[in-house]
Structures are given as structure tokens and as C-alpha cells.
Design a binder for this molecule. Sequence first.
Ligand SMILES: *Cc1c(COP(=O)(O)O)cnc(C)c1O
Length: 376
Amino acid sequence: MTDRIVDFLRRRNEDGPCMVLDLDVVRDNYSSFAKALPDTRVFYAVKANPAPEVLDLLARLGSCFDTASVVEIEQVLAAGAAPDRISFGNTIKKERDIARAHAHGVSLFAVDCEAEVEKIARAAPGAKVFCRILCDGSGAEWPLSRKFGCAPDMAGRVLEHAHRLGLVAYGLSFHVGSQQRNPRMWDGALAASAAIFKDLAERGIALQMVNLGGGFPTKYLKNVPAVRQYGKAIFEALRKHFGNRIPETIIEPGRGMVGNAGMIEAEVVLVSKKSDEDRMRWVYLDIGKFNGLAETMDEMIRYPIRTEFDGDATEPCIIAGPTCDSVDVLYEKEPYELPVSLAIGSKVLIEGTGAYTTTYSAVGFNGFPPLKSYVI
Ligand SMILES: *Cc1c(COP(=O)(O)O)cnc(C)c1O
């Protein structure tokens, strides 16, 4: 929480929850990444928070951008970044969207199978492609599972196919899982990457780049290592597996770039119990899974919640959102300690909410408007 956000909220007197994002924190995060990984280019994962002010700032700071759709590409271009600073990093693209990206000048694409390579060869001839490899995501609080990537022994074939079709077989990518709290998790994927580099070199294809993905955490309730520890662990793994022939590298931070820059202010709508014997209080907020807090799904992300009564006695509470859908419960399996004095009408501050909140908010489920966003 920053003084600028607190000042902003003090002056705001509109009704309804909102997310306030402090650009000074984003600027600090960008320079921490640049310092921790000095030889690595930063491709901000736009989906974490595509607010125009965030994209403008990062474009001015020299960042590149990882995008997943033509709309995101157009948002980045509108922020003034040239197309050679954009990668189309989604492995699942319509051929006509590849053609539109190509027409915009984008020439770096992700693939994870031969069918996707063929689309790119037709719609963006001569482009550079990198192949995403599977990564098990263990140690991550928001794992990305098996949806993207192929087995390492298939990646060589995919890239060879790209080479044969006149594309530039540029490199590899992986994602160690979002909110990855273990800096050593890059090691296994880099070992697999080095083996693929070697195998393809023997077949006359010289890969150049390893895309180290995202995964850099935001501090929620638990502590997380500093970004420089990630830089150090990643550099050591690169040295170990690539020796003195370290390839070009890029990172794609999303959460780690904007998460701690944002804070949500919300309001307690109701505090109640379900029976006379019930020991658990239910605290209903005016924000829930459908208007910003989707990442509480399965209680994976546990946000720090501050109240004006912090320091008073607490008791475990079930926290829920305002909609008439019973899945709109934030924390129940593991109840959340909140002050007993917290009452109907109290404001709460939910920290670390700059990433994956505004864009995960429904258009108007149950008539609750999308989460308001202010960038200061
Ligand atoms: C979402 C995403 C990211 C960002 O991940 P974080 O864990 O938020 O840093 C990076 N790369 C790709 C390909 C993604 O889909």
C-alpha cells in the first residue's frame, strides 16, 4: 500500500469497489527486473493489467510486450511500442489473427505443435517462432498445467518443421507456473532447453533464444524471495546448462510487474451467522469472484486484507462476494482471521491486487458493474 493510493482513496467518495494502481511501483518493479537480469529483455505479459497508462509507462521505459490476441497487440501499438517489441505468445491462434498480427509488423510467434507452425508459415512467412515446452508448475500457487507446451522430445521436431517451412526456428519457451515461490524451478526447464539446443545444433539448426516466461511472484500473505534471488538462480542455471554459450534470454513478467502496485477498496455489506450455534461469522463484501477476485478460485491466491480495526481481537470468518451465486465465496476451506469489530459498512483494503483483477471481472453479472480501475 502506498501513500499515494491512501491519499487517492481518502479523496474518493464514489460508491462501489475499485482498484487503484500506483505507477511509481510499476516503474520500480521494471527497474528491479532490469537489474536482476541485466542481459535479459523484459516482455511484459499484457494480460496481467492492460491499462493504457501501464502500457504507456512500460513502452517509455523500453519494455517489450508479450501479447495473446490481436486486441492486445493493438493496445501495445497504441502505447507507442514498435511491432519488433511485441511477441504473439499465445500458442493457440486463429490463422486470420496471425495474418493480422503479421500485417501489423509482428514477427515473433509462440508454437507448441506442427499444426500451429503450418498456420504461421502460411500467414506470417519468414517469421521467427519459439516452441513452448511443458513444465509441471510444481511450487507455483497458480499453476498453468498442461494447456500449453509440448514434451521436450517433440519440440525439436516442431522447430525442425518450422525451419523446413521457411520460418526462423528461433528458440524455446516455458512457464514455471504463476506465483512461483521457488527460484530454483527454472533449473529443470533450462536443462531440457539446453538438450534441445544441442540436439538441433547437431541437425544444423542454431536456436538463439530462451524465453524464461513469467512466474515471478507478488507478496500476498506469505513472504516471497526478492527478484534478485530469481535473477541469481536463473543465471546459475543458465551457466550450468549452457556453459559459456548462454543464449539470448527474455522474461515475461505479468504478476511480478503489476501485482503489488494495485490495491482494491471494498465495503462490508453484511456480517451474519447461519445458526445460533454457528461459531463462524460470514462476512459479505461488495467484491467477489465475478467482479475482480477470480484468483481466489480454489483459495489459491490469499490476498492480505486490511481494515480500520487491525489490532483488535480477531476471529475466523468466511468471506464471500455479493452475487447470488453460491460459488462466489472467497475463503471458506481455510477461514480468514478478521477483527471482531468489523461491521456492516466498514471499508476493507485488499492488497496486491494490481494483476489479474480488473480484466477477470465480469461485464455485469447480477447487475454488479465491472471493477473500476484508477491508475495514478
Ligand atoms: C500469463 C503469462 C505470463 C505471465 O505470467 P506471470 O506469472 O503473471 O508472470 C507470461 N507468459 C505467458 C506466455 C503467459 O501466458
